[in-house]
Design a binder for this molecule. Structure first.
Ligand SMILES: [Zn+2]
Length: 500
């Protein structure tokens, strides 16, 4: 089969030039200059354009219709007119509201289109025989062609880059023959796949099924031809745009927070429908960071690497957190903007954030997984009922790790199931507080998930051993700070230092 013969046959069936290239299996940039590519592939340029009268007088009607009408295989999907319609519809949508550099097109194609590819496949087999395989499409499939042809054009015209995670432009298309042809397809399906169809009450024909099951190796041309023409019929109308729906990317903004208040909950604290604290870390951060990315603050998910109690501060480098923001209108954050957000959160006086930055979504695993393996560093202010002795100080210098068994504390039993969990304590290091001989400052390094207050006082033996059981005396914990979390994420960025 010569390329020239193939193209001449396609032309006679009313196939557009882009589709001709699809059947010549053209790749990427080859669709940009059609004539050049055709010549490269040893195909003479379209004679009928040059000798229109001759063609018409030679009764070559399909060729003439091809030039004037709609492509019988792509239904105009690759035509200039459709590109222009698509572009102007995208621009007329909320597109301008989104400040995203990258886009991706998600096109829902009518089934009529798929049926036409199959009709042409049958037609080519009839015309060119075995050189056209029966289970390997003779063309660059429409879906792939959309990526090769439409994507670059739309990206270029909109001046955007392509990214599968970018602003998603959902494009819903149909054709005026769609309903009628789907009806025929349901009948064809019953006949072509009787066993499968009899199991189903209602026959649902999906696009996936159409792609997988409908090829000459699985459906007979004679069966197909009872319902559809081979080659496909010419059409008057081109494909129609039903709707354009935009969906912004999921943007993840990470940073570290320090909790400076002993009267602030992690997330909104609501008990029996009543709010117990006016604010929370989550709300303060979302309030100052969220509006840059979305109008719907309620859709933002706040996550952190662990959490602390209301009365526990988190100091040191702070605790890693991330906001997951769906359908974002913006995916960039400049250092200036980030710094302004950091200052706004700091102004709360209760929370301070830094290292604020947009991170790739894949990096969320840092926060979501391996939580149990992480080490946490605490500093506790504790009180004894008697002055601290040298013996007690020695007992609370522990540099080799040991395991404890910890029952779920009574104070969290209303929201956590009762379990006994083993936890590893890596080190304990106590010193007497200056000016207060009964007070101890104890630095503790533990496995994440350890309940520190209970580790200190033992909670009536529910945590064993505890620091109290180790020294054989009651210990009261008066204040607790988280001073470190061993997660080197996100990257350290100083937003106060401006870029050149
Ligand atoms: Zn076409």
């Amino acid at each position: 089969m010569k390329n020239q013969d193939l193209v001449e046959y396609l032309r006679s069936c009313g196939v557009c030039e882009i589709c001709q290239l699809r059947y010549l299996k053209a790749r990427g940039a080859e669709y940009r200059n059609i004539n050049e590519t055709l010549q490269k592939l040893d195909v003479k340029l379209n004679e009928y354009v040059k000798n229109e009268e001759l063609v018409v007088s030679a009764e070559n009607q399909p060729a003439k219709r091809a030039r004037l009408g709609v492509c019988s295989t792509c239904l105009g999907l690759f035509s200039k007119d459709f590109q222009n319609e698509l572009l102007s519809s995208i621009l007329a949508s909320d597109f301008a509201k989104y400040d995203c550099q990258k886009i991706v097109l998600a096109i829902c194609l009518p089934m009529s289109l798929q049926l036409r590819q199959l009709a042409m496949w049958f037609a080519l087999r009839r015309r060119f025989g075995a050189s056209i395989e029966e289970s390997n499409p003779p063309d660059v499939p429409i879906k792939e062609a959309v990526k090769l042809i439409l994507h670059p054009i739309i990206c270029e015209k909109l001046d955007k880059g392509y990214d599968a995670n970018g602003l998603m432009i959902n494009i819903d298309l149909t054709h005026n023959l769609e309903d009628e042809e789907v009806e025929k397809l349901v009948k064809l399906n019953k006949e072509a796949f009787p066993a499968k169809a009899s199991h189903q009450k209602r026959i649902e024909i999906s696009r996936g099924l159409l792609e997988k099951q409908y090829q000459p190796s699985k459906v007979k041309a004679e069966t197909f031809e009872k319902y559809f023409q081979i080659p496909c019929s010419n059409v008057e109308e081109s494909i129609k745009l039903i709707s354009i729906d935009l969906q912004g990317p999921v943007v993840c903004v990470a940073g570290r927070y320090r909790k400076l208040s002993r009267e602030l909950s992690h997330t909104p604290w609501i008990l029996n429908g009543k709010r117990l604290m006016e604010e929370s870390i989550e709300e303060i951060i979302i309030r100052d960071v969220g509006p840059h990315f979305t109008e719907k603050l309620g859709k933002i998910t706040f996550m952190s690497s662990g959490r602390e109690d209301v009365d526990v501060r988190c100091l040191g480098k702070g605790r890693p957190f991330v906001l997951e923001i769906p359908n974002a209108i913006r995916s960039c954050l400049s250092k200036d903007e980030a710094f302004a957000m950091e200052r706004a959160v700091d102004a709360s006086g209760m929370v301070s954030i830094h290292n604020l930055q947009v991170v790739p979504r894949e990096e969320l695993t840092h926060i979501k997984t391996g939580e149990e393996q992480k080490k946490k560093f605490y500093r506790a202010l504790c009180a004894l009922q008697e002055p601290v002795s040298v013996k007690i100080l020695e007992q609370l210098q522990i540099s080799t790790s040991f395991d404890i068994q910890q029952k779920t504390p009574i104070r969290v039993l209303h929201r956590r199931p009762l379990h006994t969990r083993p936890r590893t304590i890596y080190s304990v290091n106590a010193r007497v507080q200056r000016g207060n001989p009964k007070a101890l400052i104890i630095d503790i390094v533990t496995q994440a998930g350890t309940y520190i207050k209970e580790l200190v006082h033992g909670e009536f033996g529910r945590t064993t051993p505890s620091l109290s059981s180790i020294i054989g005396k009651p210990i009261d914990i008066q204040a607790l700070d988280v001073v470190g979390i061993d997660l080197d994420w996100p990257n350290e960025v100083d937003n106060s230092i401006q870029e050149e």
